[in-house]
Design a protein around this ligand. Sequence first.
Ligand SMILES: [Zn+2]
Length: 327
Amino acid sequence: MSYSNSTRSKATQILAERRRKAQRLQQAHHLTATEKLPEIAAYEAQLAETGLAVVKALSMGKDGESYIAQLSQMNQTVQSCIRELLVKGGFPADYLETPYTCKRCEDTGFVGGFACDCRKTLLAELSRQALESVAPSAHCTFDTFSLDYYPLPVDAQLGVSPRKRMAEILDYCRSYAEDFGPDSESLYMHGATGLGKTHLSLAIANTVTAQGYSVIYDSAQNLLSALEREKFGGGSGERAQELLDCDLLIIDDLGSEFSTSFTVAAVYNLINTRINRQKPVIISTNLTETELEAKYSQRITSRIIGSYVSLLFLGKDIRQIKKYDEA
Ligand SMILES: [Zn+2]
């Protein structure tokens, strides 16, 4: 799993802030408690002494072991005296403990060199928020994808029932998302406008993000303008790197953007590099193969058609049908 740099540094910042806040709170509690209960100071001096003694005993090797056990016993006794004193003074027993959000890693995000569960949860949540900020997608799930909008009768021209075809595509996308891995296939979702391509690619994005993978989802237009700004605005190139590195890149509505020689080269570079690195991409487009070729050259189109799993969406524009339903 490779979260983007920006997500990782945001998680580190949040954890550091949690840690600082917990420590500030502990200091404030300490001040309040010792003002009311000055006896605490004597106990704390004892704790400091046993602490020093432990350090000395450690250097004695095996001979120090029973002494260390004794010291830790003393330490626990002193701590329970402090707790009793606090309760008598009207404070909670744990009032002087640092109130870390995560006691396991004390809000550092790491335990024994490995990421703590709290950091993993935070990274997944930040990715979900990033996805939600570009496309409000919480309602786009596999369960909310309705097949009722697709005609059941066999289409005379195509020789298949659009609803049956879409049921297969829905099943395929659901398994794809549930079994997603860094070497999953790339998908080419194509077909006329309003047939649910965005809905299904967002449902995949939601499911894969929830599994802890880094997913970047955006319209081709937004992705390419961000790259263009970065290239010509003297940016760091961080966005371009993220698009190449993320576990799953989803480019929605390819072909709707204004194309220039820059966008053509950028799209080719993205698609080609990710194919070479065997990293999956999902492309959705309303364009036909011929239109895509005209816009992006035969070189890019044949790269997509040659290496992506093709999912041809069938049916009638759902947005139009919904409009009539609601009228
Ligand atoms: Zn933790």
